[in-house]
Design a protein around this ligand. Structure first.
Ligand SMILES: Cc1cc2nc3c(=O)[nH]c(=O)nc-3n(C[C@H](O)[C@H](O)[C@H](O)COP(=O)(O)OP(=O)(O)OC[C@H]3O[C@@H](n4cnc5c(N)ncnc54)[C@H](O)[C@@H]3O)c2cc1C
Length: 410
């Protein structure tokens, strides 16, 4: 099983600080309980969770930690997923859809709690979420979405256009106002979790390019490109958008996404600190950071070719800035960062977490969908339960080989 697929995951200039290489890599041990391949936000959260429980964990990466897709993230930690609850309910039934959304909601709460308990300095800040009517959910459908969320016990309320526009000082549009979300600096979160994992005994080894996995007595042997190898009782694949397609069904697909950011200080009094996004295709979202940058993103393209993707950055920057000006009713914002990145999606907007079908003792932890940071928190809980052999009632909800039901045409 060859894992050496390498993608150029991002281009342009994002607004996060690049991961400093302050972590001296550890020496590769000969064996351990769990090897986690991938030191992005998923690998970081899984490693911290397992190490804190006493597992002997080795985190391997071909790059320095948090320099993959995680560094491109706009890092809003939300529970509202790409596919609306009402659409998911039509595809798989109301009860199942609610179960999944409730579990994602509790993953946001758990991550919140973990950040606080570990006292991570990662730019945490609560953000209300405004979800505006668009061509995916018109105002009537948005009312139904609000009712579905409320009946699932999720904190959302419908707001009429005039009230919303006046309160948040944006172009009036019907919307949903939800609570429970927060923002982080994705690089700081990842590095903080890795630091906590290391304090609990985990090893971080890089650069190690994993090429191949081989079944070994009572475990798996992980072979690296430089000839090194390590044996583990369990392997967790947290390789982000690389190599994932070797394991995941075709329904999980890759695309390219774009984002722009202003200089700090452009949003001194930002819309009650809300994340604003449209239920549109292509979607648009905007938020401010703690240092007053305005981040706007969306405009996804259905391909992954990095040269083609990056060549579109200037054009996408202009489109995103124009859309933001309309939404925010401001045309004075100077954007000085623009970037593009590979992005993964799934038909139900939910991640792929569970056992690999093709190899025993290998677990998949892939946060496909716009809530990848939330899904990393979810992934760490599910992987922990699977490795411990404990029952998690929702394992089937995020199983990589689940059925997606009859999805709406978007
Ligand atoms: C533009 C953009 C905006 C986003 N906004 C949000 C948002 O607002 N909120 C949110 O929750 N999510 C968001 N996401 C999604 C989220 O950022 C991603 O889901 C998440 O960062 C993926 O993390 P990861 O750890 O799975 O992958 P990565 O960060 O890519 O980490 C995977 C690691 O695996 C390593 N690796 C791969 N193959 C090998 C190998 N063979 N050997 C060794 N190492 C290997 C790579 O080097 C890499 O470091 C956004 C994504 C993008 C692109």
């Amino acid at each position: 099983m060859n894992l050496a697929e390498r993608l150029d995951l991002r281009g342009g200039r994002n607004c996060w600080r690049e991961a400093p290489s302050q972590y001296e890599p550890d020496q590769l041990p000969q064996s351990c309980d769990v090897v986690i391949i991938g030191a992005g936000v998923m690998g970081a959260l899984v490693s911290q969770r397992l190490a804190a429980e006493g597992f002997d964990v080795t985190l391997l990466d071909r790059r320095a930690s948090s320099t993959g897709a995680t560094a491109a993230s706009t890092a809003l930690v939300m529970w509202g997923a790409d596919v609306p609850l009402t659409h998911l309910a039509r595809a798989i039934g109301v009860e199942e859809a609610m179960r999944r959304w409730r579990r994602v909601f509790s993953a946001v709460e758990l991550l919140n709690h973990r950040i606080a308990t570990l006292t991570l300095d990662c730019g945490w800040r609560a953000r209300p979420e405004l979800y505006l009517a668009g061509d995916v959910l018109d105002p009537d459908s948005l009312k139904q979405e609000a009712a579905a969320r409320v009946s699932a016990g999720l904190p959302s309320e419908f707001m009429e256009a005039a009230t919303l526009g006046e309160r948040f000082d944006i172009a009036p549009r019907d919307g949903l106002l939800s609570s429970g979300s927060f923002e982080v600096d994705p690089v700081a979160l990842t590095l903080g979790m890795i630091k906590a994992a290391r304090s609990a005994g985990a090893k971080l080894c890089y650069p190690y390019e994993v090429e191949r996995l081989e079944l070994a007595p009572e475990g798996v042997r992980v072979h690296c490109e430089n000839g090194a190898d390590i044996r583990a009782k369990h392997v967790v694949l947290a390789t982000g958008y690389e190599a994932a397609r070797l394991f995941l069904p075709e329904a999980f697909s890759l695309s390219s996404s774009y984002a722009i950011a202003s200089k700090p200080g452009e949003a001194p009094a930002w819309c009650e600190n809300a994340l604003i996004w449209e239920s549109s295709d292509p979607y648009l979202y905007a938020r401010a950071t703690t240092d007053g940058r305005i981040i706007v993103g969306g405009e996804d393209e259905d391909f992954v070719d990095a040269m083609k993707r990056d060549a579109l950055i200037p054009e996408k920057q202009a489109v995103l800035a124009a859309k933001a000006a309309l939404m925010l009713q401001r045309d004075d914002i100077q954007f000085d960062c623009a970037w593009a990145a590979t992005f993964g999606g799934s038909p139900d907007g939910l991640p792929a977490i569970g056992r690999a079908q093709t190899m025993a003792r290998v677990l998949l932890a892939y946060g496909y969908g716009g809530n990848g940071v939330t899904f990393a928190a979810l992934g760490s809980e599910m992987v922990r339960a699977l490795i411990r052999g404990e029952d998690d009632p929702d394992v089937s909800c995020f199983d990589p080989y689940r059925a997606f039901g009859q999805q709406d045409e978007r």
